[in-house]
Structures are given as structure tokens and as C-alpha cells.
Write a protein that binds this ligand. Structure first.
Ligand code: BTN
Length: 330
């Protein structure tokens, strides 16, 4: 990937990215960053040469219109509003699985918030031993290394924190997404994103948690294996236009960090409440396929461990793991 020339260029880019759709004057940029107007102009042109589209309009200033479709640290860093998450990005053109690399890095002592991103995965993993289709340069495959101060019993809460952040980020991208228990994100009944959480723990304390997130952002139906086409979708397909992947990634990391902080400060209560608001499962008639057979009834609630409570003909059943099938359309 081509490198940005240096700190000032990145600072100009950050300033433009922060302004979103608004124009910012050359004067405001040069005052804020302590650069001459000529230097600002030079950096804008250097950014354009790297694929950034920046409008320049006399008397209004500059506006960032398009960023290159790459997920390297140099594209992401200027867009990040986080303190920890994504401040170190390990970016790869291809990996077997970002979760596997993140686990190795965690074992080697990586810090809380370090993130692994790949443009493609050759052995992307889903829940319950499934594979995760990972076509190159279309989607987001990201694993975050977290070191929460939590007991082992409370680790499942982290996956719920992540599904809340992920669902909100997808909604922010303009798509009506909902969470299907435990942590699938669906749009119009089709899967758009999923989370695979892996951990290492001592008997009393968690060492690390790797939260692996796969989001179908710009994949077209033909990018998925044929058997997935009826059940998978992408944010671009749902909203009818491509998603700037770096912007989406930065927004997701911001939401994940905000929810992790809230969880650390206020506990599971607010996470659970938000999860319930975003859920497309609660209140529905479901059949949950578990390792111990099927559980059929109405999905009533989740408990503090993230287990699904299903009211069956013989009482409430607590389900810790399984695949939910909705029995009736709403
Ligand atoms: C699921 O819904 O089954 C979970 C899918 C998780 C996929 C992501 S992609 C990034 C990370 N690396 C992996 O190998 N898996 C997760």
C-alpha cells in the first residue's frame, strides 16, 4: 500500500474527515495545524494523488468527498475517534483468519485495542465450526484484541456488547438491521454480519478476548458461494449503494469502544436493555437447534449471561448456545 507522506498530510486528512460533508476553509486548516496555505494546498494535492477525492471551491474551502477503498492503518488512522481501539492496526492483504492472527498477537502480549484486519481470509471461521465467506477487498474482516477486567463468567457479556455496537454501526450506515440471538446481524431476514468471540482465561481472570467481526459490506450476490446467496446479504445491497469501508470501520470501532466503556462503568444493565431494543428475536416464536435437541416456544428474554429464555409448553428453557429459526414472519 502506498504510504502517506507524513504527519501534516495525515493531520490535514483528519481535519477534513472530521468535517464530514462540510467544507472547511484553507485558512481554518492552516490556523489549526500551523501550516502555510501553500502547504495545505500541497498536502491536499498529495492526498488526491493517493486516491482521496477532495473538492476545492473558492471562498468555501475543501471538502473530503471520497477516500480510497483500502483498510490499511494509513487510511484508517485519520478517521479514528477512539482512544484505544484501532490505534494499532495490523493490516494484511490476506490471512487464513484474522481471529487466528489476533490470538497469536494476544499471546505475544498485544495491548488492549489492537486490531487485525485482512482484505481477504482463506480460512475465515464462523460460529459452530462453520466457514465465513471472505471474498477479497469487498467486506470487513476484523478482530479486536481486548483485555477486559472481567471474571470468566461475565465474558459472554462482551459478545453482546459487540453485537449492540455492530448493529448500531450497520443502522448508522442506513440499513434496518436487527440482532438475531446470539449475535448474528440480519437485514430483511438475511445475514449481513456475524461475531466470533474467543478467549483465554485463568481460573479467576480473563487474559484476553478476541472479538472477530465479519461484515458483508460491498459483496454482490455472486461474491458469495451459491448456497449462501439466498440467506446472505450486504450493507451495499440493502441500501442500494457502496459503503466506504474505512469510514464504516472507524464508526464501528468508535461504537465498540463507547459500549465497552459503558459496560465497564455501568455493568451489563444498559447493554442488555439496548440489546433487547435491537433484537429481532425477542417476542418471536422460535425453534432453537441446540447440541441437546430442539427447543420450541416464544423467545422471551435474555439473562445476565446472554442465555436465551424460551417459554415452551413445559415451562421456560434457558438456552446457552444454538441456532435460532424464526417460525412465523412478523
Ligand atoms: C458467525 O456468524 O458465524 C461468526 C462469523 C465471524 C466471522 C469473522 S470475520 C473476522 C474474524 N475472523 C474469522 O475467522 N472469523 C471472524
Amino acid at each position: 500500500m502506498p504510504a502517506l507522506a507524513g504527519g501534516s498530510e495525515e493531520a490535514v486528512l483528519s481535519f477534513l474527515a472530521e468535517a464530514g460533508d462540510e467544507f472547511v476553509s484553507g485558512e481554518a486548516i492552516s490556523d489549526k495545524l500551523g501550516l502555510s496555505r501553500a502547504a495545505v494546498w500541497k498536502h491536499v494535492n498529495a492526498l488526491r494523488a493517493q486516491g482521496y477525492r477532495i473538492d476545492a471551491v473558492p471562498a468555501r474551502g475543501y471538502r473530503l468527498v471520497e477516500i480510497p477503498d483500502r483498510l490499511g492503518p494509513l487510511e484508517l488512522r485519520p478517521l479514528l475517534s477512539t482512544s484505544d481501539l484501532g490505534q494499532t492496526v495490523h493490516a494484511f492483504e490476506e490471512l487464513p483468519s484474522t481471529n487466528d492472527r489476533a490470538k497469536e498477537l494476544a499471546e505475544e502480549g498485544a495491548f488492549h485495542g489492537e486490531v487485525v484486519i485482512a482484505e481477504a481470509q482463506t480460512a475465515g471461521r464462523g460460529r459452530r465450526g462453520r466457514t465465513w465467506a471472505s471474498p477479497p477487498r469487498k467486506n470487513l474482516y476484523l478482530s479486536a484484541i481486548l483485555r477486559p477486567d472481567l471474571s470468566l463468567q461475565r465474558v459472554p457479556e462482551i459478545t453482546l456488547v459487540a453485537s449492540v455496537a455492530l448493529c448500531e454501526a450497520i443502522r448508522e450506515a442506513g440499513v434496518d438491521a436487527a440482532i438475531k440471538w446470539p449475535n448474528d446481524i440480519l437485514c430483511g431476514g438475511r445475514k449481513v454480519a456475524g461475531i466470533l468471540t474467543e478467549i483465554a482465561a485463568d481460573p479467576d481472570r480473563v487474559q484476553w478476548v478476541v472479538v472477530g467481526v465479519g461484515v458483508n459490506l460491498n459483496a454482490a450476490p455472486e461474491d458469495f458461494p451459491e448456497e449462501l446467496r439466498p440467506i446472505a446479504t450486504s450493507v451495499a445491497a440493502e441500501r442500494g449503494g457502496p459503503v466506504p469501508r474505512a469510514l464504516f470501520t472507524a464508526a464501528l470501532l468508535a461504537r465498540l469502544e463507547a459500549w465497552l466503556e459503558r459496560h465497564a462503568e455501568e455493568g451489563f444493565g444498559p447493554v442488555r436493555a439496548r440489546w433487547c431494543e435491537l433484537s429481532g428475536t425477542l417476542g418471536r416464536e422460535v425453534r432453537v437447534v441446540t447440541g441437546d435437541g430442539d427447543v420450541t416456544g416464544v423467545a422471551e428474554d435474555i439473562d445476565a449471561a446472554g442465555a436465551l429464555l424460551v417459554r415452551t409448553a413445559s415451562g421456560v428453557r434457558r438456552v446457552l448456545a444454538g441456532d435460532v429459526h424464526l417460525l412465523r414472519p412478523r
